[in-house]
Design a protein around this ligand. Structure first.
Ligand SMILES: Cc1cc2nc3c(=O)[nH]c(=O)nc-3n(C[C@H](O)[C@H](O)[C@H](O)COP(=O)(O)O)c2cc1C
Length: 202
């Protein structure tokens, strides 16, 4: 039986806790960017594409990340609202994969996160036409200064082209490096509306 491509069945609490424990371990181990994940999308023409983004929140409903809504990845997600992510924490010898359907956050959710961002990150978002060709580094820096002056002394609103995406996993795999290449793969998938658990050969 195959995995359901889209589902809103909540992730079991034990699996949420297992992932949370790994994130906590990665933070305690002072791994740089412990919440960085490779995000794979599919272009409108069907070509794969991958880049790093930061996981910003995580619950039984799934994971959230934020980006420019005109970026390549956002256009891919509009055409194919499914994605795969991969976390790899080298010093822990652990990997976690997730796959599932993706949807845009509501404006209210994106606003709530936007307001928690440091001011320089907010200015960075206004200054960058992410994924577009850039004529020079100087131009990017002058755009930053232009917005800095423009918003001086007042709160910076969320750009209309910036927001969050939510991935609702239908597959979560925990990989643990072991001696002799006998690694462990522990896979949870939604099949016919229920989370199931299965070990896999490494
Ligand atoms: C550690 C790290 C974290 C990043 N986090 C984000 C992020 O949260 N959101 C984002 O849009 N880009 C982030 N980026 C930049 C992306 O990897 C990518 O260059 C950018 O989003 C443009 O991707 P695209 O043209 O495929 O849409 C991050 C890069 C690195 C190396």
């Amino acid at each position: 039986m195959s995995q359901d491509p889209r589902s809103d069945v909540p992730v079991p609490e034990a699996v949420v806790a297992r992932f949370q424990a790994l994130l906590d371990q990665a933070r305690q181990a002072e791994i740089p960017e412990p919440s960085a994940m490779s995000l794979a999308t599919v272009s409108p023409a069907g070509a794969p594409s991958v880049r790093t983004v930061l996981l910003k929140s995580w619950s039984a409903c799934g994971i959230d990340f934020y980006t420019n809504l005109n970026s390549c990845k956002a256009r891919h997600l509009e055409a194919h609202p499914q994605a795969a992510v991969c976390f790899y924490w080298g010093p822990l010898w652990r990997q976690v994969l997730m796959e599932g359907g993706v949807e845009r956050q509501s404006d209210r959710e994106s606003d709530a996160y936007w307001e928690t961002r440091p001011r320089d990150h907010q200015l960075g978002a206004w200054s960058s036409s992410q994924s577009q060709p850039l004529s020079s580094r100087d131009f990017l820096e002058s755009e930053y200064r232009r917005y800095e002056l423009f918003f001086e002394g007042r709160p910076i609103p969320r750009p209309p082209y910036w927001g969050g995406f939510h991935l609702h996993p239908t597959l979560i795999e925990f990989w643990s490096g072991q001696a002799g290449r006998l690694h462990e793969r522990d896979r949870y998938t939604v099949v016919e509306g229920r989370w199931t658990h299965q070990l896999y050969f490494p």
